[in-house]
Design a binder for this molecule. Sequence first.
Ligand code: ITT
Length: 196
Amino acid sequence: MRRVIFATGNEGKMREIRAILADTCPEILSMKEAGINIEIAENGKSYKENALIKARAVAAASGEPALADDSGLEVDFLNKEPGIFSARYMGEDTPYSVKNAELIRRLEGVPEEKRTARFVCAIAVAFPDGREWAVQDSLEGRIGYEEKGGNGFGYDPIFYVPELGKTTAELTEEEKNQVSHRGKALRLMEKELKKL
Ligand code: ITT
């Protein structure tokens, strides 16, 4: 697929997506670049449903193929909160330094082995002719005790990957894309798109 619109308003996601898909999809437009300015109600019950809602809306509005990402952080000790509500947790406009501090506070006194968490990412594609599907993958980790690292975005500074001994905010973008939920899900989607 040479040209595709990526249905996201999140700049952090967009940067990663462009790097991950650089080889197979040279022309990836953000919604802004494609001149699409629509409000999309993310009222699905799962990451895949929400990703499909976003991709479908943008394919319909543009008449072009659209990809979308719906992702989130699941903290096991908090019954998988914030999950699909990760962007809206404590309010969409609340700075991540505040959201991250609150998650750390809610895990105060919780031992290492119970701090397990994962990043989940669903990627959906929708074509103007109605064909659509979604894939999903994840990255396992633990919630740290303080913010670490200045790369990435969102919850990256508190998401510690034991195998790497670093948070995802301490990884370079390339390192993160190799192991991340988004990297894995996008590569799964790439494989499916190549079959078309
Ligand atoms: P769009 O819907 O416009 O794509 P959004 O930020 O609202 O942007 P989501 O509804 O999918 O996207 O929410 C995902 C949230 O999960 C995101 O805002 C971050 O808080 C968090 N998240 C997802 N992937 C992440 C990552 O790689 N690193 C850090 N936080 C991540």
